[in-house]
Design a binder for this molecule. Sequence first.
Ligand code: ADP
Ligand code: MG
Length: 466
Amino acid sequence: MKDSKPGNGLTPGADEAVLAQWTAVSNLLRGDIGEAAYQSWIKPMSIRSIEDSVIQATVPTRFMRDWVVAHYAERIAALWQQEVPDVRSVEVLVRSEQPSAVQKPAATRPSAADSASRYDTAERERLSAPLDARCTFENFVVGKPNEFAYAASRRVGEAERVPFNPLFLYGGVGLGKTHLMHAIAWHIRQTTPERTVVYLSAEKFMHRFVQAIRESTTMDFKNQFRSVDVLMIDDVQFIAGKESTQEEFFHTFNALVDQGRQIVISADKSPSDLEGMEERLVSRLNCGLVADIHATTYELRLGILQSKAVQMDAEVPAKVMEFLAHKITSNVRELEGGLNRVVAHAQLIGRDISIEATQEVLHDLLRANDRRVTIEEIQKQVAQHFNIRTADMHSARRARSVARPRQVAMYLAKQLTARSLPDIGRKFGGRDHTTVMHAVRKVEELRAQDPGFAEDVDLLRRMLED
Ligand code: ADP
Ligand code: MG
């Protein structure tokens, strides 16, 4: 790549070879991930060197580092291995935090986060899938919907003796099940590194099992899995209907429980609601502690956004976070993805983060989270905003303090619903359509005169908009 600095500790010849490798790898990746992602994340990367089989790359910001580590480092390492077999992993550093090319990065920033953000294929737990460095207890925002699952997970992470077996976490997609499992694993690896923690998806468990059958190494497979201290299987619903995998899992499960080892399971449903699961397995799964994660609340979503913004070191206006927390209600993954896109866009384009830009960038995501707004919802939201009773939307009171909000609600009803003026009038205490028309004009007039008022109305609109 053009912008990778020469004189970075490589011999001139090696430098060229590494750059040629990088060109090949990044082109493969480009075909894999598409032009847009390539331009956003891969092109800005510079390769400094390969040291001790670790590729050292730099990116302009911490946010980009986290993103690249989470989404591409593993892929890059795998592709690079095809070119140079002894390449082991990719280390991604932030350019500005990297004053000298001669200094080892570990010596300048020996923080836990840095070593954690390094994807290392030579993990001690060979059976385990890699853990996401960001998925720790510290980074998990606790609220009503997840406090029980969080407390149970912490308990498992911190306990010296198995407190309950298994811990069964369940909930809808993107609500934090995998995060909690990784957090337990990180915690145990940090506090009691002598214990073997293995985390993997049920899908991977099955693939390993099938592979072992094919290669006639099922004994090894059994021994490996039956000698771990903590076994975590994610998304266990995947093995529904897969009889022999269930059978094997059942035996592994029993062997571990009998030896007093900890098991943690996640699924999208409670054990009893899982279909295509053998009865004896279901009853085993029900034996320990079953903890569900509920859908997020507005407060939790806002808390998560605030925490992620801090992690990304990004300045996100409160209004934008409130807007996102209102609009993206599906799950935390989408919420986080939305915030990432907004921040990345602002950083790449060099523009401030605003509600307008957010709407533009997240057009598709917002649409997917949309629902049709009703006049009742508009009345409720507007009443709440202006601190009046919702009943005053229908009342005959004419005091300015209630008449103005009522006009705003009528205006928004006209803008955001397909209802006719007479229809709207009827919903506002049986008022005439000319009253609605007057309200719409009045609000337009006030908007033109008073930017503060216009901003207020726009905010309300965005909160309600579909
Ligand atoms: P699941 O496994 O339930 O589908 P994940 O654990 O993968 O969901 O969560 C999706 C994303 O949302 C992850 O990036 C995770 O870190 C994040 N996330 C979920 N819940 C929280 C939370 N309470 N606090 C912080 N991040 C969260
Ligand atoms: Mg998951």
